[in-house]
Write a protein that binds this ligand. Structure first.
Ligand code: CA
Length: 234
């Protein structure tokens, strides 16, 4: 999950960035609306955290344009403007949520999970895949009921693949989901994380498409009688 923070207060931005990184998000910070627009043009982000008072304009106007351009990614406004008309305007101009500063990091993280869940069309906070149960809030993975400890990047990688289950994600897309612009990235880092995930969760879960990327097969739904023949011997 890659998050764009649009915030000109470097103290707040730095604190937020550290909080989000500590739970496994990839994070980029932009201090102006122009930089944020440029970042959105070149990289795929999953969610934007948007301050409103920015040096080159008002975040609300920028958000309105974003929605007019048809961009649907979740946007959470975070601002000191706590007046009712401001909050209503923020939501009506296309924000998914509105947080008044100062706020507790736990609440921001919870609201981010809600916004991400909605953007994926999920109501349940848990993800299920075969005998796996993933809890994005608690950062836990259970396989057949047994807790499997994962590192933060492994967890983020698993989530990205599960959320796109059935779809091949390119190396580049996965690296974008795991690392920000400024992260030092070892050329084989992705392979190392995949290797660890396979060792912990079983080699059949993560499939390689050589030269392209990786995917998690769609889980057996149990309702497909015809599909079941594929898992039997040829
Ligand atoms: Ca500001």
């Amino acid at each position: 999950m890659r998050i764009l923070i649009v915030e000109d207060d470097t103290g707040i931005a730095g604190g937020l960035e550290a909080t989000l990184r500590s739970v496994g998000y990839a994070v980029d910070v932009c201090g102006t609306l122009a930089d944020a627009a440029a970042a959105l043009r070149v990289e795929a982000f999953d969610l934007v955290l948007l301050d409103l008072g920015l040096p080159d304009g008002d975040g609300i106007d920028w958000l309105r344009r974003l929605r007019q351009e048809g961009r649907t990614l979740p946007v959470i406004i975070m601002t000191a403007r706590d007046a009712l008309p401001d909050r209503v305007a923020g939501l009506d101009q296309g924000a998914d949520d509105y947080l008044v500063k100062p706020f507790a990091p736990e609440e921001l993280l919870a609201r981010m999970r809600v916004a991400l869940r909605r953007s994926e069309g999920r109501a349940s906070p848990l993800l299920h895949h075969g005998d796996l149960e993933v809890d994005p809030a608690a950062h836990t993975v259970r396989k057949a009921g047994t807790l499997v400890p994962l590192r933060a990047k492994e967890f983020a990688l698993l989530l990205a693949l599960l959320r796109a289950s059935g779809q091949v994600l390119s190396r580049q897309r996965l690296e974008e989901a795991l690392y920000g612009f400024d992260d030092a990235l070892e050329s084989n880092a992705l392979e190392v994380h995949i290797h660890h995930l396979r060792r912990k969760l079983g080699s059949e879960l993560l499939q390689t498409v050589r030269g392209v990327g990786y995917f998690v097969p769609r889980p057996e739904t149990g309702q497909a009688g015809a599909g079941a023949t594929h898992s039997g011997p040829p």
